[in-house]
Design a protein around this ligand. Structure first.
Ligand code: DHB
Length: 324
């Protein structure tokens, strides 16, 4: 089965990646992702300096997904840049998977500083700018302020010339998709990644009558099967609205090959896995590829590009966007 995925001139063996935050914190986790069957790897969203993150417990696995309020624990941008640059300079066959560095400043000013640091470094690859972390107390999810997002992108593209994408929070209103797409289409963005966790859900244990995570009185980002319809809606809504040069990474609700297939069918170019990777570890990618391959075989597809973006409306018509 041919899972080959082209993304802005890069070729990956398959479209699967970790979602930033899962299995990408330190050398050990990143090495494990490098050895896994994923097509690519993204690093933990970095701030300028090391951050401990929020008090524990800050992640809880649930029957239908997960809730987290990690609070951006990370080793600081230098650590992730060093790791990825070392990989890119190595001759190991899996080293070329390390093409995505994620950053998440706790303010627009910090985002700019992080990007200036990347620009001055030897890193060559994609940057995923996270405008949607819901878990830093007192800090809003930037991308819900559409005017502020435009202003930040204007400043960024006044100096930054490496391929940049942004990680978006979920939107729930078609007019909001229109407004956000109008902003994004004005910039030379390489991709959007949708969705980040559904922010500030609340899980309460009926027996103990307590919330299940410590930070923020229990409020946290929801991931996993709970969010699949929202994730597919966001992927499809942007596939219908973004200019073809802005590619789409689909994230949210992948448990099996079936959800990978659905993300691709709705228009995703790459597909990231968070909650299920946390539950199952990096071996999840072997299983997902096997299951995706079985679905493709049953349907008679030999490559992903045969069905990518071709979801049908109720009348049976499809309206795929141009391929990469
Ligand atoms: C964290 C959570 C997110 O959803 C995100 O996008 C970035 C960071 C966190 O809590 O660490």
């Amino acid at each position: 089965m041919d899972f080959t995925t082209r993304f802005h001139g890069q070729e990956f063996a398959n479209p699967l990646m970790n979602a930033s935050g899962v299995w990408c914190y330190d050398d050990e986790e990143l090495d494990a992702m490098g050895s896994s069957a994923s097509g690519a790897v993204v690093t933990k969203s970095a701030t300028t300096n090391f951050r401990e993150g929020n008090p524990e417990p800050r992640y809880q696995s649930l029957p239908l997904g997960s809730i987290n309020s990690m609070g951006l624990p990370n080793k600081g941008l230098d650590f992730y840049l060093d790791y990825v640059i070392r990989q890119q300079e190595s001759s190991a066959t899996n080293a070329q998977k390390f093409q995505f560095v994620s950053i998440a400043g706790t303010s627009p000013e910090e985002d700019i500083l992080l990007l200036k640091k990347i620009q001055a470094s030897d890193y060559k690859g994609f940057v995923e700018l996270n405008l949607s972390c819901p878990n830093v107390p007192g800090k809003p999810q930037m991308a819900y302020d559409i005017d502020a997002t435009r202003a930040l992108l204007e400043e960024i593209f006044s100096f930054f010339d490496q391929p940049l994408g942004i990680k978006l929070p979920p939107f729930f209103d078609l007019v909001h998709f229109d407004l956000m797409a109008d902003v994004l289409n004005d910039f030379p963005l390489a991709f959007v990644n949708c969705i980040n966790s559904v922010g500030n859900g609340l899980i309460v244990d009926v027996h103990t009558e307590r919330v299940v995570i410590h930070p923020k009185n229990g409020f946290g980002g929801i991931g996993g099967p709970y969010v699949l319809p929202t994730a597919l809606a966001n992927v499809r809504a942007y596939a219908e609205r973004l200019k073809p040069s802005i590619r789409i990474i689909g994230t949210g609700g992948v448990e099996s090959g079936e959800e990978v297939f659905l993300h691709l069918l709705c228009g995703a170019d790459m597909v990231q896995v968070g909650t299920q990777l946390q539950k199952e570890g990096p071996a999840v990618f072997d299983r997902l590829l096997k299951e995706l391959g079985q679905i493709m075989e049953e349907k008679g597809y030999k490559s992903i590009d045969e069905f990518r973006g071709k979801v049908r409306n109720y009348a049976g018509e499809s309206n795929p966007r141009p391929l990469a």
